[in-house]
Write a protein that binds this ligand. Structure first.
Ligand code: ADP
Length: 535
């Protein structure tokens, strides 16, 4: 920790909340610029909607969602239409404030007219989403899964998934939503931060009982009931890869703005927390992505009324220590440079151990928190005590490290998913015309240059029509956007404009073919132009 500011360059920078350090010129940072914004409920829902428009079947793991307040009329109209078509459909919806977490401000409704329009919603945008009424139950309780995913690199895309995760349980037996039980949060919401306040919450020393368990313990149970656990894992892997493919275009725009290509800068990696719900038929559903998942390995316990203490949580420890250990192992900067077998990651761990053992000696009266942290670092290095922690300069033997918990899924399975990366290519066009580095929005001149260089304007589509398209779409997106800092066309607006152009040009094709054809045309014309300029 550097409470008074950092002096020396580091190999790995571990920020607490988000990417915020623009003075780093080398090394690796554990956060991507713009990740917090990209995974907010509204932005994620928009990115998923774009993918659902292009690939409806591939992206049906994300519940149908509408953005409030601007899509309220659309929400009302679509629900009415679906009810007219199928009068026996009795849906439930969940309203989630944008930027909220830990179940904050969430409520369930049966009818669009139940949306609370007074007060909070106008000042606080939200997402309203189809509620999954038939979740898989274990011990009659609803639960969700927190899986840790390492986005190791954006370009080229590298994704790892932790083999184990956490299952967080509700504390009231589940019943399908009715007007009577809609408000019962301990029955419908799986958030740890809410259920901890229920009298039924069980802290367990074991990883397969209680209100928080390992996901592997659930899989064991499902497997003993005869469930196809292999298929479930493959569905989860595909959900994770598809979700990240939906997020990469936006992330790339932020990346080039904060870390321009060709200039010295750090590289980034990030541990993400995926919240997944299993339906009764074992289909995984994405609830949300967390940019800053909690890495706490202790929980608060009330020793006597009003007296709380932090005590170790074996389930959290089991899952989270392995995630951090493997992340350090994978991003170890020395690994690439050195060919010999000794893993210098161990030196990082040793450094932690030494740092904490010294601190421990200085503070004779050490706090529980400190010893917990020490235990954490020792566990990272697989040693049992401070005495076993290596001395300065010494290295732990490679064999002491447990087998990796992070499994590479991309590029390993890239060939099954590459066809989904269409918006990535649209984002590449967008970035190319952004012009001045450091911006995330396209000005009118940049848009005109894009149209001209790709030769998209003709007698049916004049440059005046191009300007009108730019103004219409940009104005609408800026009126509903959260980011008013910069003027111009954001990536999502450009994607909408691009889809419009594709539909105009290739009328009879399905949307993804229209978009793919226009991308190919643009890439081809830009390559020809570039070639001509070189000559
Ligand atoms: P927060 O960031 O506030 O935790 P989430 O989107 O994770 O918001 O939702 C909180 C909880 O609500 C989830 O953990 C889950 O139990 C429940 N939940 C959220 N969305 C749905 C949904 N579409 N269907 C069923 N349950 C949901």
């Amino acid at each position: 920790q550097f409470p008074f500011g950092r002096r020396l360059p580091c190999d790995i920078y571990w920020h607490g909340v988000s990417f915020h350090d623009n003075n780093i010129f080398s090394g690796q940072v554990n956060k991507f610029p713009g990740m917090m914004e990209t995974v907010r409920k509204i932005t994620l829902s928009r990115a998923m909607r774009t993918m659902q428009d292009l690939f409806p079947l591939e992206y049906n793991f994300y519940p149908r969602s509408w953005i409030l307040p601007e899509e309220l009329p659309l929400f009302v109209a679509e629900v009415r239409m679906m009810k007219d078509r199928n009068p026996s459909w009795k849906p439930t919806f969940i309203v989630k404030p944008d930027g909220g977490c830990q179940g904050d401000g969430i409520y369930l409704i049966k009818d669009p007219s139940d949306i609370r329009l007074t007060g909070s919603i106008q000042s606080r945008p939200a997402v309203v989403q189809e509620y999954i009424c038939k979740p898989l139950l274990v011990d009659k309780l609803k639960f969700d899964i927190r899986l840790y995913v390492l986005l190791k690199s954006l370009e080229p895309l590298e994704i790892y998934i932790a083999k184990d995760g956490l299952s967080r349980f509700c504390t009231e037996p589940y019943q399908e939503p009715t007007l009577k039980n809609l408000h019962q949060v301990f029955m419908h919401l799986t958030n740890y931060s809410l259920n901890i306040h229920s009298g039924n919450f069980i802290h367990s020393a074991s990883v397969n009982t209680g209100s928080k368990r390992t996901f592997s313990s659930i899989l064991c149970r499902l497997s003993s009931r005869g469930a196809d656990v292999k298929k479930l894992w493959s569905d989860i892997i595909s959900l994770v890869i598809k979700t990240i493919i939906a997020l990469t275009p936006e992330l790339k725009v932020y990346y080039q703005s904060d870390i321009p290509a060709g200039k010295p800068g750090p590289t980034c990696f990030q541990i993400l927390g995926f919240d997944i719900l299993l339906m009764k038929n074992l289909k995984p559903i994405l609830l949300e992505v967390n940019a800053n998942p909690s890495m706490r390995i202790e929980h608060e316990q009330e020793l006597s009324p009003g007296v709380f203490e932090n005590v170790p949580s074996p389930v959290d420890e089991e899952v989270k220590v392995a995630v951090i250990r493997d992340t350090l192992r994978l991003v170890d900067p020395q690994k690439k440079k050195r060919k010999d077998t000794q893993d210098s990651f161990l030196r990082v761990v040793s450094a932690f151990c030494i740092m904490w053992s010294m601190k421990d000696k200085q503070h004779k009266h050490h706090s529980l928190k400190l010893s917990l942290k020490l235990k954490f670092y020792l566990k990272l290095g697989s040693c049992q005590s401070v005495e076993q922690a290596p001395e300065a300069g010494e290295e732990l033997p490679e064999a002491a490290l447990p087998s990796p918990c992070l499994k590479q899924v991309f590029p390993k399975y890239a060939k099954h998913f590459s066809y989904l990366r269409l918006v990535d290519r649209v984002a590449a066009l967008f970035i190319r015309f952004l012009g001045v580095k450091g911006t995330t929005k396209l000005g009118p001149t940049g848009f005109r240059t894009f149209i001209r260089n790709c030769k998209l304007s003709n007698s049916n589509f004049s440059m005046a029509a191009v300007d009108i398209l730019y103004i219409d779409i940009t104005r609408r997106w800026n009126s509903m956007g959260i980011d008013h800092k910069e003027s111009g066309m954001c990536l999502q607006a450009f994607v909408e404009a691009f889809f419009c152009l594709a539909q105009r040009k290739y009328k009879s094709l399905p949307l993804h073919d229209q978009v793919a054809s226009l991308i190919e045309l643009c890439e081809c014309r830009l390559a020809a132009l570039h070639g001509k300029r070189l000559v």
